[in-house]
Write a protein that binds this ligand. Structure first.
Ligand code: PPS
Length: 294
């Protein structure tokens, strides 16, 4: 068994260089997803590094699929509508999905189904300012049963920079998926763009997905996927999970939903150190991200 980073108390295993929690993942299932899972041409994959806007994107994609009709998001829990297909407990949900399937995943590129390469399926890859990912993870670790109490932002930053997080290094995740840049089946977007122009982002998503929605239908997608709507929707806010899994007396899954909360958590020195490592690790990537703009 692997030794845990300080804030993770769960049993873990390494699979092809990536850390997984034994509670939710298995070697067999990860191998099945990579080598045997059948990708359908009309599938839409919602891929992210954790805490980058996965649930927000699930809500938008499901609303777009249903022409803005919110019935499904008000009646079916978010993890049943668009399960994370690499996760063992969600295996049974996969057979219940209606076409086109909207499937979520935190997998790095090298563990994604091989059958994707020959398909016409689409991937939406959402990225977020890594400093805000750290803050979101830090707060999430206080409520998810898998983690130990961690009141140490410094430790969270160190673990993140060393890749001691679930699904491995954020840098490798981003760089791996960015290799697909230029592939017309993959749509890249950032949490920050969604924040800055929610409606415009929905319009761009519709175009990518080949969905023609009316202005009123687009308005409905935007309205029902807003932070406040999702926070109040018990099918989307994870409140249905038992408190011994997600203890929401200590904090909410739908926590704050803003960009730049890292400024309330990082010291100037921590931010400068992070920026230095970030620049070094990202220097070989020929892309400038929305969150880098001054
Ligand atoms: S997970 O556990 O990896 O699937 O989490 P993920 O959904 O990727 O990220 C959770 C963060 O996304 C915020 N969120 C939203 N922000 C804005 N608008 C909407 N509609 C929305 N839905 C979820 C959520 O609050 C988490 O961010 P933080 O910063 O912790 O608030």
């Amino acid at each position: 068994m692997l030794q845990s980073p300080a804030n993770m108390s769960f049993d873990q295993f390494m699979h092809k260089g990536i850390r997984f929690a034994q509670k939710f993942y298995s070697e067999d299932h990860l191998n099945f997803i990579e080598n045997e899972f059948e990708v359908f041409d009309d599938d839409v994959y919602n891929v992210t590094f954790p805490k980058s806007g996965t649930n927000w994107m699930i809500e938008m994609l499901n609303l777009i699929k249903n022409d803005g009709d919110p019935t499904i998001i008000h009646t079916v829990p978010i993890f049943e509508r668009s399960p994370w297909f690499e996760t063992v407990p969600f295996k049974d949900q996969m057979d219940k999905l209606t076409r086109p399937r909207i499937i979520s995943s935190h997998l790095p590129c090298h563990l994604f189904p091989k059958s994707f390469s020959k398909s016409k399926a689409k991937i939406v890859y959402t990225m977020r300012n890594p400093k805000d990912v750290i803050v979101s993870l830090y707060h999430f670790s206080k409520i998810l049963f898998l983690f130990q109490e961690n009141d140490n932002v410094q430790k969270s930053i160190e673990d993140f920079l060393e890749g001691n997080t679930m699904f491995g290094s954020w840098f490798d995740h981003i760089k791996g998926w960015m290799q697909m840049k230029g592939d017309s089946r993959v749509f890249f977007i950032t949490y920050e763009e969604l924040q800055k122009d929610h409606r415009g982002s929905v319009v761009r998503l519709c175009k990518f997905l080949g969905k023609e929605l009316t202005d009123a239908q687009i308005d409905s997608v935007v309205q029902h996927s807003s932070f406040s709507s999702m926070k109040d929707n018990k099918m989307s806010n994870w409140s249905q999970l038992p408190s011994d899994v997600l203890d929401q007396t200590k904090g909410s899954f739908m926590r704050k939903g803003v960009s730049g909360d890292w400024k309330n958590h990082f010291t100037v020195a921590q931010s400068e150190y992070f920026d230095k490592v970030y620049q070094e690790r990202m220097k070989d990537l020929d892309t400038s991200f929305f969150w880098e703009q001054k």
